[in-house]
Design a protein around this ligand. Structure first.
Ligand SMILES: [Zn+2]
Length: 116
């Protein structure tokens, strides 16, 4: 399971989630690009009042930036405290079960790959 950014074939601007019309040039032709790999944490928050379908007392959410400049929000699943600027690995997983249907979204975890 992957989530995608959409790159405008006219001006190259990437958006997530998908748009019908490019907000930069008005183009309507987009090319999907998988959103994955290393991201940088821009900010984060803990939410205690969660919607239906999430059976947990709270969740941590992060706004991240992918290496291609696209920004997205997802769940943080960290072993240690979050800090702005930390590098994380983006993945996609079930983030909510709504009336028996699994909903997928971004999850961001510490990168376990040894640094060079
Ligand atoms: Zn465009």
């Amino acid at each position: 399971m992957k989530l995608y950014a959409y790159r405008c074939r006219q001006c190259g601007r990437r958006t997530y989630p998908a748009r019908l019309i490019c907000d930069c040039c008005g183009g309507r032709d987009f090319e999907p690009e998988p959103l994955e790999g290393t991201v940088t944490l821009l900010t984060h928050t803990r939410v205690h009042c969660l919607p239906e379908g999430i059976n947990r007392p709270y969740l941590d959410f992060g706004l991240v930036e992918f290496e291609n400049g696209v920004r997205a929000v997802g769940q943080l699943r960290l072993q240690s405290a979050a800090w702005i600027g930390m590098k994380l690995r983006a993945g996609v997983d079930v983030v909510r079960v709504l009336r028996g249907e699994e909903k997928y979204g971004f999850v961001f975890e510490e990168d376990s790959t040894p640094s060079v």
